[in-house]
Design a protein around this ligand. Structure first.
Ligand code: MN
Length: 410
């Protein structure tokens, strides 16, 4: 049994506004079949109205720093929709594409995405003046370093389409946040089905975008094993257009040696308490950051394990910056990763949470502040890891096994 502090997903949460209070009344049940066509119609109408009002604009579509297939494909679908309104979109992210499948997806389908490294004194600031609006897809701005410069340039937030839990203080012209939906790609596919863009199987970009969306849905639903009716409906629609050969090639991309080594460390270091497996993997390079969620994906497959948390210290050589990065994966439908992570790690001095999540997955990033920075002294590096490892483990165990969560001080 997991402690009662792992609250059921459907337990009443805070009084934060939900999409329903922002956009429209809630449907009787969450499933696609029961969502009245009226609900979809009003969402489509809201998006259409925004697009019409911004005809001829140039928009910046911001993805999280480490974009995944769901984000990449959804942003592309939005770009294709917006193009019909003569809105030119640039899809950007600040971090890196480090999962081999994501690199293969972008290469094979040609998703028009650009890396805009930021924060670095070396990388010169991007000119944001051509943009009249900014759009967040598969995120709400909390996982992108680009939000700060965009807010500074006072570019209005015109649209948010996401399925992570709704963040407080989110303001945009149109907000479509559905935390019960498994994939943002499902939401974008619904907009396509509603007629915002007519897919044409003789159009190469359409076929490749449909392929990317199919991959997006698959990857956010554990290969459809956790898919809901609406995801199957969306996948069924995409099946008329997508290229299964490209998708196969993407899925067959091999794991890098570094990823294998991180998985090995995760296996070796894991401890299992109340069906939750927790593993610290020590230091890793910035480019190998995606090994952490991949290790969590792997650990959650163990017998009698429903939730895996893997974390490590990621070192960015370019910036000489270190931060603790962690991923959570769960197959337990009643566990809310967003709540779990917020409860485990709390907030920083500015009141921002160290992480959050969506259904079945979550992540966190803890800046190391004064302790950040590579040190040549391996004893010191070891000591620093030990401190972080124990502190994170203690916070996680406090939730997983409250009676016995004190660390062994010996
Ligand atoms: Mn997603």
């Amino acid at each position: 049994m997991v402690s009662s502090s792992l609250k059921a997903k459907d337990a009443p949460v805070s009084d934060r506004p939900t999409l329903d209070s922002v956009v429209e009344p809630r449907a009787a049940q969450g499933s696609w079949a029961s969502v009245s066509s009226g609900l979809l119609d009003s969402r489509t109408a809201a998006l259409e109205k925004m697009l019409e009002a911004h005809q001829g604009d140039r928009q910046l579509v911001i993805l999280q720093d480490f974009p995944d297939p769901d984000a990449l494909s959804s942003a592309w679908a939005y770009k294709l929709i917006a193009a019909q309104y003569e809105i030119q979109c640039d899809i950007v992210y600040a971090g890196t594409l480090s999962h081999q499948e994501n690199i293969a997806l972008v290469k094979l389908t040609g998703i028009p995405v650009q890396r805009w490294p930021c924060q670095s004194p070396k990388s010169k600031a991007k000119d944001l003046s051509p943009y009249q609006g900014c759009v967040l897809i598969d995120n709400q701005g909390t996982t992108s370093q680009l939000m700060a410069p965009v807010q500074q340039a006072e570019i209005p937030l015109v649209l948010v389409i996401d399925h992570h839990s709704l963040q407080e203080d989110l303001e945009a012209e149109v907000i479509d946040v559905r935390s019960d939906t498994r994939a943002t790609a499902t939401m974008l596919t619904q907009y396509l089905q509603a007629g915002l863009l007519t897919l044409d199987s003789s159009n190469n970009a359409h076929v490749k975008c449909a392929t990317a969306l199919m991959h997006g849905i698959r990857s956010d639903t554990h290969d459809l094993r956790q898919a809901q009716e609406e995801d199957f409906q969306a996948a069924a629609f995409l099946s008329r257009f997508y290229d299964s050969q490209i998708l196969n090639t993407v899925l067959q991309s091999a794991r890098s040696k570094q990823v294998m080594e991180v998985i090995e460390r995760a296996l070796k270091n894991r401890s299992i308490v109340n069906n939750v497996t927790i593993a610290g993997v020590g230091y890793l390079r910035y480019d190998d950051r995606d090994a952490i969620p991949q290790a969590a994906d792997f650990l959650v497959t163990e017998d009698n394990v429903h939730t895996a948390v893997v974390y490590g210290i990621v070192h960015d050589e370019d910036e000489d910056l270190e931060l603790v990065v962690g991923s959570l994966r769960t197959t337990k439908l009643t566990l809310d990763p967003d709540e779990f992570i917020k409860e485990a790690f709390g907030q920083d001095a500015q009141g921002r949470f160290f992480g959050g999540g969506r259904s079945l997955a979550g992540g966190f990033e803890i800046p190391m502040g004064f302790l950040s920075g590579l040190n040549e002294n391996s004893e010191y590096a070891k000591l620093k890891w030990t401190v972080y490892d124990k502190q994170i483990k203690q916070k996680l165990l406090h939730l997983v096994n409250p009676e016995n969560s004190m660390i062994d001080a010996s």
